[in-house]
Write a protein that binds this ligand. Structure first.
Ligand code: 5BU
Length: 488
């Protein structure tokens, strides 16, 4: 029985990781310093089986530990649906705490039928300092309701248990952060160094319920700052299989150069691929500018990609509804899904773009991935901060993140998750732009100041007297810039 429960807990822990309910990286926290681990259990509403398991475990916990309560109340908002299921399943009437009192009508903070002196159990998703649980406790207490217990899904072990205990409320947790780290490590999802650096961070960052640090503010090093990590260590955190491969390919081949083979003749593209292949990690195409496209061309390109060990990216910038994208990706003259390891896509149509691309692979399941466009290099482009943020969210927080290998953007602040790659176009040693709005930055600036993991270079190489020499020069300068970045 106990072993069965333990297996259930482990499976759920892995599932939570898989659906991105928690992840490792460099995340801004309410308390002002960045955390290497971030929980976002809001996603579980999209996974009914996970909702069911989480609520079941809470129900079981309440019953098995004989926690007495007349009501159950979820801390708004994430825990509300969980509390609702527990309420219905255990037949315990629910109370709903409003975040703000209504400005009309009854102005009540607590909805539901209760009497002063009633007991209420609190349900919460994640506890850091415990302040959100305590806010709910205070509002219930104002109404004369007694709170003895709070059951939380995850305890980040940063002081919440003690802070809540100081207010005579017992905090129980299904998972502690240490438990989750151990399960992931045993399942081979993360390395011991990840466990150690999170543990170091957590022990140095204990928080009081008012948000201040227990031993005063300390310098806590977050070893998960994306731009400080090596490609090898980031490959462990990638959700996309292609991204994992690409991180390893870059590390072993020592190149973060992507060549934009913007030429209109098949033979010329194949020649460039053969000459520059040894120095690049990706060869990027615009297949719709090719004049003499034929199936042999893509076959030969794939052969060269194997010979020289690079990936092929079709810079198609998909931007339609899922159904159309699915056809554009897999059918028509180009049959992109057949030969391109990676494609680019605008995030404009939302999750449908990812679903559409995935649907395009149904008949030919292959290791494929997408780079979403978070920013552009051209002057006057219309992408704003809000759009950029929404793109990052799409890349990190939905059911299809295993298809997202990275983001095309111009700056390190676009995203924090180290398992994604930043691909940055607009790179040239001679930084003057072109006549049509392209803007260039130097290899060093783009990698060290702008956070690029992979730099896209087109005309900087294609227009050089000797394309091979130019490819070597860009490869060397970009790799040196990356090596310096992670060494600092
Ligand atoms: P260039 O010759 O180095 O300027 O080529 C840059 C390539 O990157 C080219 O294929 C563009 O289509 C592509 N690109 C870009 O330049 N800027 C962007 O923001 C995006 C793609 Br997205």
């Amino acid at each position: 029985m106990l072993a069965k429960k333990e297996n259930e807990m482990r499976a759920l822990a892995l599932k939570l990781y898989e659906i991105n309910a928690f992840k490792f990286g460099d995340f801004k926290m309410k308390v002002g310093i960045n955390s290497p681990v971030y929980f976002d259990l809001r996603v579980i509403v999209s996974f009914p089986e996970v909702m069911d398991q989480v609520s079941n475990l809470i129900s079981d916990y309440v019953r098995e530990n004989n926690l007495q309560c007349k009501h159950v109340c979820g801390v708004p908002y994430t825990a509300l649906p969980i509390a609702t299921i527990v309420s219905v399943r255990e037949n315990i009437p629910m109370l709903v705490r409003r975040k703000e009192a209504k400005s009309y009508g009854t102005k009540k903070l607590i909805e539901g039928l209760y009497n002063a002196g009633d007991t209420c159990l609190i349900v919460e998703d994640v506890v850091t300092s415990g302040s959100s649980v305590l806010d709910t406790v205070k509002d219930l207490q104002k109404e004369g309701i007694v709170v003895n217990d709070a059951v939380v899904v995850v305890d980040r072990e940063q002081g919440g248990h003690a802070n809540i205990g100081k207010h005579s409320v017992r905090m129980h947790s299904l998972f502690t952060l240490s438990y989750l780290l151990n399960v992931l490590k045993e399942a081979g999802k993360i390395q011991q160094e990840t466990v150690d650096s999170v543990a170091k961070y957590i022990s140095g960052c204990q928080i009081n319920s008012d948000g201040s640090f227990v031993d005063g503010p300390k310098k806590v090093v977050n070893e998960f700052a994306r731009t400080k990590m090596t490609f090898e260590s980031r490959s462990n955190l990638a959700k996309s299989e292609v991204a994992k491969d690409l991180f390893n390919l870059m590390a072993s081949k020592k190149t973060n150069l992507c060549l934009a083979a913007d030429l209109t003749d098949c033979e010329k593209i194949l020649n460039v691929a053969d000459v520059c292949g040894p120095y690049i990690c990706i060869l990027k195409t615009h297949i719709d500018i090719v004049e003499n496209f034929n199936e042999d061309f893509v076959k030969n390109l794939v052969t060269l990609s194997k010979k020289h060990n690079f990936l092929i990216m079709e810079d198609r910038k998909f931007a339609d509804i899922g159904n159309t994208v699915s056809m554009q990706y897999s059918q028509g003259l180009f049959k992109i899904a057949q030969w391109a390891d990676l494609v680019t896509a605008h995030s404009i149509s939302g999750q449908g773009i990812l679903q559409g691309l995935k649907a395009g692979l149904v008949d030919a399941p292959k290791k494929r991935g997408v780079f979403l466009l978070g920013e552009m290099s051209s002057t006057g482009n219309l992408i704003n901060e809000q759009y950029k943020e929404a793109t990052t969210k799409l890349a990190t927080n939905n059911a299809d993140v295993d298809f997202v290998a990275g983001i095309v953007c111009q700056s390190a602040d676009c995203f924090a998750f180290p398992g994604l790659l930043q691909l940055t176009p607009g790179v040239k040693i001679d930084e003057s732009g072109d006549k049509l709005g392209q803007q260039y930055q130097s290899p060093e600036f783009i990698v060290q100041e702008k956070g690029a993991d992979i730099a896209v270079v087109g005309r900087g190489i294609l227009e050089a007297k000797c394309i091979e020499k130019a490819a070597v020069l860009y490869r060397d300068r970009l790799w040196a810039a990356y090596s310096d970045r992670v060494a600092k």
